[in-house]
Ligand binder design. Structure first.
Ligand code: DGL
Length: 284
């Protein structure tokens, strides 16, 4: 069973590529939509939320977890790997940052622009990973307005074009643009309209999925289903499950299965039935 974790909806795009590449595998997706966005949060909070999410996915029976969220991959991946995947461990946690850096350096002739959340930019992780692979110039830009625009479903609006414009004009001279946030592939049409000719856009999602497939092929015994997988999918979220199901379809590309609700109880993500929530009437 493969777990996929994101701060919210955006990782469903990574999941879409993973399911296309591994149709017989069973997946559990966890979107922390009730606490998203992560991009403006401090690193300690992100570590804490990320630990709760991977522990929930391990409890669901996952041994391989893909951290689809760029912010978590940049801030917390090493910590998660050290904490849960030490020597002799039968668990594996992978992120999207190294695949993103690999793809960007393969595409770029010399100057890579990165758009991402504030925390991703401040972490410097993409810059460090790209520096390991070549001597490219890298210009990063925090683009915090883009995630809420996508969350609202306004990626085709004038507002999206205006925001993309304002941000891209701050990245002169780039030859490659790395989409360093799970939400930005949905803005591709707006980005492509506004991007100068000749600039290549890099979306790490399909490449990261391909890297996981390669890794599983190199480690055939690892996380192989005892019985052949059925290509099943379970989806958990911490926010409103109906809202998640409605909006998630845009990222997933096909209708979502029923979304299960989990919420933090004493530092762990536990199953919760939203119907049990107190209604808040005042007793007179
Ligand atoms: N999933 C986050 C990322 O890729 C985007 C949204 C957020 O700020 O939580 O960085």
């Amino acid at each position: 069973m493969i777990g996929v974790f994101d701060s919210g909806f955006g990782g469903l795009d990574v999941l879409r590529h993973l399911r296309a590449a591994l149709p017989a595998r069973d997946f559990v997706y966890l979107g922390d939509s009730g606490r998203a966005p992560y991009g403006g949060r401090d690193a300690h909070t992100i570590l804490d939320f990320a630990e709760q999410a991977v522990e929930r996915l391990f409890e669901e029976g996952c041994r391989t977890i893909v951290v689809a969220c760029n912010t978590v991959s940049c801030v917390a991946l090493r910590h998660l790997q050290q904490r849960y995947c030490g020597p002799g461990s039968d668990r594996r946690i992978l992120g999207v940052t190294i695949p993103g850096a690999e793809l960007a350096t393969q595409q770029s002739a010399g100057h890579i622009g990165i758009i991402a959340t504030r925390r991703t930019v401040e972490s410097g992780t993409y810059v460090a990973e790209i520096a390991k692979l070549g001597s490219h110039k890298v210009t990063q830009l925090a683009t915090p307005l883009l995630t809420p625009i996508v969350e609202e479903g306004w990626e085709s609006s004038d507002l999206a074009l205006l925001a993309v414009d304002r941000y891209l004009e701050q990245l002169p001279g780039i030859d490659t643009l790395l989409l360093g946030c799970t939400h930005y592939p949905l803005l591709l049409p707006a980005i492509q309209v506004r991007l100068p000719r000749g600039v290549t856009v890099v979306d790490p999602a399909p490449y990261a999925a391909g890297r996981l497939v390669q890794w599983l092929e190199r480690h055939p015994g690892f996380d192989a289903p005892v019985l052949a997988g059925r290509g099943s999918l379970r989806v958990l979220c911490t926010g409103d499950p109906d809202h998640f199901a409605r909006h998630g379809t845009r990222f997933l590309g096909f209708p979502m299965p029923q979304v299960e609700h989990v919420a933090e109880v004493d530092g762990r993500l536990a199953h919760r039935d939203p119907a049990d929530a107190p209604r808040g009437q005042v007793v007179r």
